[in-house]
Design a protein around this ligand. Structure first.
Ligand code: MN
Length: 134
């Protein structure tokens, strides 16, 4: 299970995402804006970042670009989240350095699949070592 940083300014979306992520066994840190999220990312080096594109002040794409330019945080996978149904969003998120893209509202299967695809293999190994013998 992973330490995940969620950067999202919408309280309802944040609440749903935290519920889904914690249900899957992840631990979640929350930031309501990009500046707080960047500071948490640098301080805690989460294993995955969920990044809302539309944020007050600095937007999620600018924040992702900064994370990807910083050697400290460049390797952390970023999943972009957006409510905007615009074709250009996927291209813009890829250009900014996002590793995956999810359109809101969140659907748990899509969320879990995107996370599983981005987490390193060692999570599977640690799951095995944590397994109880039957
Ligand atoms: Mn937003």
């Amino acid at each position: 299970m992973a330490r995940i940083l969620m950067i999202e300014d919408n309280a309802a979306n944040m609440k749903l995402a935290v519920l889904l992520l914690e249900h899957a066994g992840h631990s979640v840190r929350c930031a309501l804006d990009a500046e707080t999220g960047l500071a948490l990312a640098r301080a805690e080096l989460p294993q995955l970042i969920m990044m809302d594109i539309q944020l007050p002040g600095m937007d999620g794409l600018a924040a992702t670009a900064l994370l990807k330019q910083d050697p400290l945080t460049a390797a952390i996978p970023v999943i972009a989240l957006t409510a905007m149904a615009m074709k250009s969003d996927r291209e813009r998120s890829v250009t900014a350095g996002c590793d995956a893209y999810i359109a809101k509202p969140l659907r748990y299967r899509e969320l879990y699949a995107a996370i599983a695809a981005l987490l390193p293999q060692e999570n599977a190994l640690s799951d095995q070592s944590d397994a109880h013998p039957h």
